[in-house]
Design a protein around this ligand. Structure first.
Ligand SMILES: Nc1ncnc2c1ncn2[C@@H]1O[C@H](COP(=O)(O)OP(=O)(O)OP(=O)(O)O)[C@@H](O)[C@H]1O
Ligand SMILES: [Mg+2]
Length: 339
């Protein structure tokens, strides 16, 4: 488990899955959440009205109204290592946790760390690097990191719980897409296959690391400024999984132009070499009944369903400087049509 060149433990070797690819598969998660909702009703005499909760398959974060202009956004995200470098893993995990606030059109205020650490097999100095990476990204977003919770764990896990603010009238919801609008994707896909290859071979993909550590802040602010109403972030369920959830919740069909979808360099080659995670295969299985794939081949299907970690925003509307990958139409029998 020691990297022969830098003589440091390879963090990805300490976990079975990695990043958002280790999420519980979408179908199983929905069943789990539904079982609880069926047994336990809503909050009794709530202190504040819930604007966004678990209805319609849930959204990126929960939102409660504070007053006419302000609502509170809460979200939590943590996962096992996606890269071997502890500082980079921290940066990526923080950018990913903050992303759900940006996906609602909000701004993060405070975060607390969520840390699981195998103290007997990995030095605490590495945990400090992970936390420092996380704090550096959160601080660059103007978000305080002011606490956390840490447990001894069989596998390393890291993430954050984040609280943000949003204007309830300008919030970006997954169930607010309308027909006849362009679909924009703000980060290239391929992160999952490159992470899977990194875990298997140790090769570092700097472009993928930079992409994952980049905040979705600017894209979110641009979407809110241009009056966009619907968006989500593309993470563990892949472009197709998150697009299906958004289209289903909004009762529209998303028509995707396959050739317009951006990918990181090397992503296709990594997929051709078989570096496709089990999570990505489960994503594809889950969405397949809802997708008209046209002539799309198996490899392209897998790449479009590839589990992303800290992926970009999928925005229903046009954002200057970011690629348009398709459009919405009225619901026509499938959530997604690929051309
Ligand atoms: N254990 C849980 N209990 C209740 N709700 C859950 C649980 N796990 C997930 N959810 C909810 O299920 C929905 C889908 O979860 P998912 O993790 O895909 O959303 P997400 O936070 O946007 O993902 P990501 O962080 O990868 O962008 C969300 O509304 C989420 O809050
Ligand atoms: Mg999300």
């Amino acid at each position: 488990m020691i990297d022969p060149v830098i003589e440091r433990p390879r963090l990805t070797r300490y976990a079975r899955g990695g990043g958002c690819a280790c999420k519980i598969p979408p179908g199983e998660l929905e069943q789990l959440v539904a079982q609880v909702s069926n047994r336990v009703g809503p909050a009794v005499d709530p202190v504040a009205p819930l604007l966004v909760g678990l209805d319609g398959g849930g959204d990126d974060a929960a939102v409660v109204e504070l007053d006419e202009q302000r609502a509170l956004v809460t979200t939590a995200d943590f996962f096992s290592p996606v890269v071997d470098d502890p500082y980079d893993w921290g940066r990526i995990a923080a950018a990913n946790a903050l992303s759900d606030v940006y996906a609602m059109g909000g701004r993060p205020l405070t975060a607390v760390n969520l840390l699981g650490w195998p103290r007997e097999s990995l030095p605490m100095e590495l945990a400090a690097e992970v936390l420092a990476g996380g704090a550096s990204v959160a601080h660059s977003a103007g978000c305080h990191v002011a606490g956390g919770h840490s447990v001894d764990d069989a596998e390393p896990k890291y993430g954050m719980s984040v609280v943000g603010l949003v204007d309830p009238h300008r919030m970006l919801r997954a169930d607010a897409a309308k027909p006849g609008l362009p679909l924009t994707l703000t980060k290239p896909l391929g992160i999952g296959v490159l992470n899977t290859m990194h875990k298997a071979t140790g090769v570092v993909f700097a472009e993928a690391v930079d992409t994952m550590a980049t905040l979705n802040r600017d894209a979110s602010a641009a979407a809110v400024a241009t009056g966009v109403r619907a968006a989500t972030d593309v993470t563990g369920f892949g472009l197709l999984g998150h697009l299906h959830k958004l289209a289903r919740a909004s009762e529209v069909t998303a028509v995707i132009d396959r050739s317009a979808v951006p990918f990181l360099d090397d992503a296709r080659a990594a997929a051709e070499d078989g570096h496709v995670s089990g999570g990505s295969r489960r994503n594809l299985e889950w969405v397949t009944p809802h997708v008209d794939f046209g002539g799309t081949g198996e490899l392209d299907r897998l790449l479009l369903a590839d589990a992303q970690t800290s992926g970009g925003l999928l925005v229903v509307g046009e954002l200057p400087g970011y690629p348009i990958i398709g459009e919405t139409t009225g619901f026509s029998g499938h959530s997604i049509i690929i051309r």
